[in-house]
Design a protein around this ligand. Sequence first.
Ligand SMILES: *Cc1c(COP(=O)(O)O)cnc(C)c1O
Length: 449
Amino acid sequence: MNNKELMQRDLSVLWHPCTQMKDHESLPVTPIKRGEGVWLEDFDGNRYIDAISSWWVNLFGHCNPRINDRIKQQLDTLEHVILAGFTHQPIIELSERLIDITPDGLSHCFYADNGSSAIEVALKMSYHYWRNTGKPQKTKFITLSNSYHGETLGALAAGDVPLYKETYKPLLMDVITAPSPDCFYREPGESCRDYSARQFEHMRALLERHSDEVCAVFIEPLVQCAGTMRMHDPVYLKLLREACDEYGVHLIADEIAVGFGRTGTLFACEQADISPDFMCLSKGLTGGYLPVSVTLTHERIYQAFYDEYDKLSAFLHSHSYNGNPLGCAAALATLDIFEQDDVIEQNRRLATVMQQATEHLKDHPHVGEVRQTGMILAVEMVKDKAARITYPWQERRGLHVYQHALKNEALLRPLGNVSYLMPPYVITPEQIEHLARVMTEGIDLATRD
Ligand SMILES: *Cc1c(COP(=O)(O)O)cnc(C)c1O
């Protein structure tokens, strides 16, 4: 078997995610044979460093022996069981440990099997809480411009990336959109902190005007990942927490992408020292192995659903694979690695290497910004550096970087004009330097004319 043969078979039967399938008339689909650590290997023997952690899920490398072992043990014990009326050891232990490591006050775990579903759970639970507590007029949500919360209809409505959302608008609930604290738009000389704090005034005004009808505010703490890795200062989270308390509105922290050490702390909310009313986790939760997601919430919210059956106040939401034991085993092994290794400290060192290896790109004539939060480093290509005018999306500059990288042992899937590194935490400084070299060459090629 080789790449070409598998690609042909693939294209005759598959429909790939987030893809214009016609692109594959000229762009290959790469069939991967095996993975090990940061490496992926295809059927022609080419290797690629997985610089984007296979869509931000992988933390400790592919086929990590510690995670593999735990899943294998679980597989011979219990593969799955219904979670209504039944339970199992891995999910109890996982829930105890998640409550232990997440911000104070989060006390109950509700499971689903992907990030979008965790968002749907938070959305429905927040609305339902207000209904159960005598405020059925609260039916709206506030979200940030350029945010992303997933692709199912509720999650899509909560997000704001036009590329994913525009087509389906007639199908989506209305939301109130506040301008993002995204520091890309700060004035020359203005600090990110000042800009984020200034942007908060729009949010405050919306909360003041709409708090009677608003259930919750959605936010991706510190980094809007799908929105091309745009970043803001923790001060925004702090102000948001205070204002949500003041106006009686829930705060839903979507840490699906930024949780588990991505931003320099175990959870991004820690950097503002806040606890959200709901926290959604997925992606890195299982080390990138299996689809599990969880929505954590507070005792106060849990209690608003706790009553006699005939009061009909229960949260009746469910999914077939709620709390799958194999996924929980992968998550437990992942948490063991965080506990046993000095991951957060090691990540600080790797983040410094990422910063140093890409520092020169700041002076590139077609780089508008090099931005970083912990283990996420993004380089934004612009047409006009001084005026910060971006390239038209139709030119697909990022794709050139991607194609160059594929020929040079790197998987650097872009987000529009943004090329970024979001590697597994087991990457070495030398591998980071290789990625930075390939990215620089790719950007040179992509911005030549
Ligand atoms: C990926 C992502 C989601 C959706 O998760 P899926 O598992 O892809 O449904 C939601 N929010 C954020 C911030 C994400 O990055």
